[in-house]
Design a binder for this molecule. Structure first.
Ligand SMILES: [Zn+2]
Length: 432
């Protein structure tokens, strides 16, 4: 009678697994979709075309948001909250309150750009996160999107006393938004990346802007300008079902990637707890996921890294090798691998590193600066790191620092240097 008992065990394990899945399914990832403008009084930016008729921002934003919502609602992991599902005007305060009261994980406001010119030479997309205005162009966009303010009584009371140029406002703004800034930027970059890679559109980037509709949100928030209503090509695209579907699909894909990153971080934490129980024995080696190698050094937010964070670069024989993650647990290693492959690194693989292994025929150093122009002796780097070594090859100066026997020590030294504000330091393996 061994067999049934074994099956019962399996059955109980299965039930347990189901209950875990169920508990996790309870915590839905909540997204507020905000179709910009709306109603009779606020059509947003408009432009009349001979063939298209009047193209209105409020119609395009609603079209995109409804399509995006349908994509998300197919998956039970997502909960979608709309600030409007028809041609009405919710006040800015209502939009923010709805987002905050629902404790949403992400707030996405969809808009359409325009310029003062009759026909815009500008085209393409841009995504804004909340922050102090960085330049004059952004100020103009801010003025236009914030104009909505004067349309609603309640909003006037709530927002009108706000003077964005006052020092108090700026400080409050920085404190309030810094919590969500990185996450907002990460998500914004994923959106813009998709517009370029999937839809072959022009991206004007991810920028900071001081916007009423984002300012009081207590969650990562972005405002996406999906194109220019007074650029004929953009307008035709955005007014079409197909164009709206593409824009929605790109935002949808960015949400999926963004959520996956968050889940992964959570998963790693859970695995850290598991480490304390003797459940999974650690492996003898540490593992990192090898992504790719290149003669070019990319910085941490370069599109080549496809949004992966905490990528370690190890330079070897003039090639930069990019690694993701670090673990000595098989399950975590496999998770890292899956994330790398899902992010587009199809040929990535796990590489074992013997902990604290000393290099026999060589050493680790840190490549601190690579430059065509010799560093000034008064530069911060030279002032901070006294024993910087300089080498010139093919007209390029390579500045390196330190000599370590193990990769662990080299990484420790790298972290110490970066804590002093010297960024982009690369661990380099030198053989004698
Ligand atoms: Zn707008």
């Amino acid at each position: 009678m061994n067999l049934p008992r074994f099956s019962m065990k399996k059955y109980i394990a299965f039930l347990f697994l189901i209950s875990i899945v169920f508990v996790q399914a309870q915590k839905k990832f909540t997204i507020v979709l905000d179709a910009g403008h709306g109603g009779e009084k606020d059509p947003g930016a408009t432009r009349k075309y001979e063939d298209l008729g009047v193209v209105r921002e409020k119609d395009i934003t609603l079209g995109i948001v409804l399509k995006l919502g349908r994509m998300l609602e197919k998956n039970k992991e997502y909960k979608v909250i709309y600030t409007r599902k028809e041609d009405v005007y919710p006040s800015l305060g209502d939009r923010t309150d709805l987002a905050n009261n629902s404790k949403a994980d992400l707030f996405i406001s969809v808009h359409v750009n325009s310029t003062a010119a009759k026909i815009a030479t500008a085209s393409g997309t841009e995504t804004f996160v909340q922050g102090p205005n960085q330049n004059k162009t952004n100020l103009e966009v801010a003025k236009r999107e914030n104009d909505v303010l004067f349309l609603d009584e309640k909003d006037r009371e709530r927002f009108a006393s706000y003077d964005p140029s006052s020092p108090e406002s700026l400080i409050a703004l920085k404190i309030n938004q810094s919590k969500y800034l990185m996450a907002s930027l990460t998500f914004g970059a994923l959106v813009e990346e998709n517009f370029v890679n999937k839809d072959k559109r022009l991206s004007r980037g991810v920028m900071q802007k001081d916007l009423h509709v984002l300012r009081m949100n207590a969650m990562p928030s972005v405002l996406i300008e999906t194109g220019f209503v007074n650029n004929p090509d953009d307008a035709r695209y955005l007014a079409s079902e197909n164009g709206q579907e593409e824009v929605a699909a790109s935002i949808f894909d960015a949400i999926v990637k963004y959520k996956k990153n968050i889940d992964l971080k959570r998963g790693v934490k859970e695995n850290d707890y598991a480490k304390e129980k003797p459940k999974e024995a650690p492996l003898k080696n540490d593992f990192r996921i090898f992504l790719f190698s290149s003669a070019t050094k990319y910085n941490e937010d370069a599109p080549e890294l496809k949004g992966l964070k905490d990528v370690l670069i190890i330079k070897e024989n003039d090639l930069y090798k990019y690694y993701y993650g670090l673990t000595n647990l098989a399950s975590v290693r496999d998770n890292f691998m899956k994330t790398a492959r899902d992010s587009g690194f199809r040929n990535s693989y796990a590489v074992g590193f013997t902990p604290d292994q000393k290099m026999n025929y060589g050493y680790y150093t840190l490549e601190v600066v690579v430059t065509k122009d010799k560093l000034n002796s008064k530069s911060y780097v030279l002032q901070t790191l006294k024993d910087l070594e300089r080498e010139k090859r093919d007209g390029v100066f390579y500045y390196t620092f330190g000599k370590e026997e193990t990769i662990e020590n080299a990484i420790k030294l790298k972290n110490e240097i970066e804590a002093k504000g010297i960024k982009g330091v690369v661990v380099e393996k030198k053989s004698k």
